[in-house]
Design a protein around this ligand. Structure first.
Ligand code: SAH
Length: 242
């Protein structure tokens, strides 16, 4: 039985599944799959030279089935919530993440990925196409948060017919590659700055940011948040927290 509350839409096209794994260019490395479900993607991942594969799955029924159907010594299964999972507990140095994400909590999983950026150097996520586009266009606090630390690439679109049951929306496969940028240390504080500056988007910045900060950052006070570029956000934040 597939459960709607956990966003269970299984990918069933072997062509697409092969392509997703191929695009992830998996070497002899440690991989984490989020939401393995019935293991369609998992089985293909096990055909790569990966060293270890951690599976994070919230549904206990799926977990039981996976335990029976996968008998590869490289696999470690956790019944857990990937939106709050602490990747430090794995005791690994470098992780590659992959997953056909549950769309209702995809944003939370992406946010949790950023909190573990010291471990996660790359991620390959299937998300709702509209979410993918908004992330790339930097139209929300989350998209700026992501783009600050990861290079985003739109790899491919996948229509609903390749899933069972087919979702109501189109999907997109995204590649996140960590940037060599380590100047912002306090991620929670950076997040609250972004959330604040993105609230009431139509308001001019002068109503949200003290004038001397805008001046120091050389940003015109009548600008709106959507007119800022990535460097503007980073500069503003750094002047603000000084
Ligand atoms: N990867 C599979 C299934 C994708 S559907 C495939 O491509 O066929 C999304 C999967 O994520 C489901 O198995 C669902 O149970 C699981 N899931 C939903 N919410 C989750 C969460 N918070 N943490 C971990 N897994 C979750």
């Amino acid at each position: 039985m597939l459960k709607k509350k956990w966003g269970q839409h299984l990918l069933v096209s072997s062509g697409v599944l092969d392509r997703l794994v191929e695009l992830a260019e998996i070497k002899e490395e440690v991989v984490v799959e989020i939401g393995p479900g019935t293991g369609n993607l998992t089985k293909r991942l096990l055909n790569t030279p990966l060293k270890r594969l951690y599976l994070l799955e919230i549904d206990p029924e799926m977990v039981e089935k996976l335990k029976v159907s996968l008998n590869d010594p490289r696999v470690v299964i956790f019944q857990t919530d990937a939106t709050t999972f602490d990747f430090n507990t794995l005791n690994e140095k470098e992780l590659k993440l992959i997953g056909n994400l549950p769309y209702n909590v995809a944003s939370l999983i992406i946010e949790n990925t950023i909190y573990h950026k010291h471990l996660i150097y790359q991620a390959f996520y299937m998300v709702q196409k509209e979410v993918a586009e908004r992330l790339i266009q930097q139209k929300s606090w989350l998209s700026v948060f992501v783009n600050t630390f990861y290079q985003l690439e739109y790899l491919m679109s996948i229509p609903p017919r390749f899933f069972v049951p087919p979702p109501k929306v189109n999907s997109a496969y995204l590649k996140f590659t960590r940037k060599n940028f380590d100047e912002i240390k306090d991620l929670k504080r950076y997040k609250s700055f972004l959330v604040q500056i993105f609230s009431q988007k139509r308001k001019m910045l002068k109503h949200k940011v003290p004038p001397e900060i805008l001046e120091k950052a050389s940003i015109l006070p009548q600008k709106r948040v959507e007119e800022l570029n990535l460097l503007d956000f980073i500069t503003l934040y750094q002047i603000w927290v000084q």
